[in-house]
Design a protein around this ligand. Structure first.
Ligand SMILES: [Fe+2]
Ligand SMILES: [Fe+2]
Length: 147
C-alpha cells in the first residue's frame, strides 16, 4: 500500500461519518455517537497525516505552500469541533456548526485528493510512498486506540 491509498481509506470513513452526523437530531445518543466517531477519526487522521505526509513534503520547496494550507484547514476543523464541544447538542446552532464542519471536511478531502496528492506524487519517491504509508498507519491506529 502507498501513502495515498492509506490516506484515502480514512477519507472515505470521514465522508460517511460526516454525512451521517448531519442526519442526526437533537440531544440524542445517536448524535453523540456519530460525533465522537467523526471526531476520533479526524483527530487521528490529521495528526498522523501531518507527521507522515505534510512534514516530509515540507522538505521540498514545492511542498511548503500546500502543506501550510492543509495544516491550517486541519486547525479550522479542530476549532469547529471545539465549538461543538462547547455548544448544547439540542441547540439549533449545534447542527449549523456540524453542517459547516461537514462541508469543510468534504472540501478539504477533495482538495487533498485532487490537488495535493498529485503534487506530492512528484515530490516523493516510490520507497518513501511505501514507508510513509507504514508510518502513517501505525500512528493513526495508535491514536485511535487511545481515543
Ligand atoms: Fe487527509
Ligand atoms: Fe488533511
Amino acid at each position: 500500500m502507498n501513502i495515498f491509498e492509506a490516506l484515502r481509506e480514512s477519507h472515505e470513513r470521514q465522508r460517511s461519518y460526516a454525512d451521517a452526523l448531519i442526519q442526526t437530531h437533537g440531544d440524542s445518543a445517536e448524535r453523540a455517537e456519530a460525533y465522537e466517531r467523526l471526531k476520533a477519526e479526524l483527530q487521528a487522521h490529521e495528526t498522523a497525516e501531518e507527521r507522515h505526509f505534510y512534514i516530509p513534503l515540507m522538505a521540498h520547496d514545492n511542498g511548503v505552500d500546500l502543506s501550510r494550507h492543509a495544516i491550517s484547514e486541519h486547525h479550522e476543523m479542530d476549532e469547529m469541533m471545539e465549538e461543538l464541544d462547547e455548544t448544547e447538542m439540542s441547540s439549533p446552532s449545534w447542527l449549523a456548526t456540524a453542517k459547516k464542519l461537514s462541508h469543510k471536511v468534504h472540501h478539504h478531502l477533495t482538495e487533498e485528493e485532487h490537488k495535493f496528492f498529485q503534487a506530492a506524487g512528484k515530490l516523493l519517491d516510490a520507497k518513501q510512498k511505501t514507508s510513509l504509508a507504514e508510518q502513517y498507519l501505525a500512528e493513526y491506529e495508535q491514536i485511535l486506540e487511545q481515543a
